[in-house]
Design a protein. Structure first.
Length: 161
């Protein structure tokens, strides 16, 4: 009677996780559309829209990964999720720079640093999704996804620093 309760509890928690992940993706997408229609000329609104776009990409890819059967589709979704994760710190820096400009206490160095941070995130994203950090290239994609505990793109590279 109570032998299968851990499996039932785990299935219930996974269902709740999928519902919350989809809810976050839907809410972030609706806020993203609202911020785009609100005022595109405002720097704060544009930078907030970039943050919301990163959140939408991350949580949409995460919610679609639960129902994916194909390894290639799972690989694509993990790369998309890593795209959103890689650009989120630069988007937050962009928002803080826009808030500083709006408040009137911005420096030209912070704007230049914000742009270089986007370039470094792009460099880090391209390094992390490439296969050059694997010492043995004879692994198949299925073996990499099975043996990896972290998502596919989570490998630290020198360009992240």
């Amino acid at each position: 009677m109570i032998n299968g309760w851990p499996d039932t509890l785990l299935a219930g928690l996974q269902t709740i996780n999928q519902i919350l992940t989809a809810g976050i993706a839907i809410t972030a997408f609706s806020l993203f559309l609202y911020s785009l229609s609100f005022n595109l000329r405002d720097r704060v609104a544009r930078s907030f829209a970039i943050i919301l776009l990163c959140v939408v990409v991350v949580f949409t890819a995460e919610s679609l990964q639960d129902n994916t059967v194909s390894i290639r589709t799972l690989d694509l979704l993990m790369r998309l999720q890593w795209f959103g994760l890689a650009f989120l710190p630069a988007a937050y820096l962009h928002l803080s720079d826009a808030l500083l400009v709006t408040a009137g206490s911005a420096f030209t160095r912070t704007t230049a640093f914000c742009r270089t941070r986007y370039v470094s995130c792009l460099n880090y994203f391209s390094d992390s999704v490439s296969f050059r950090y694997y010492s043995d290239r004879s692994f198949r994609m299925e073996d990499r996804l099975r043996t990896c505990n972290a998502p596919f793109g989570l490998r630290f590279s020198p360009s992240f620093m």
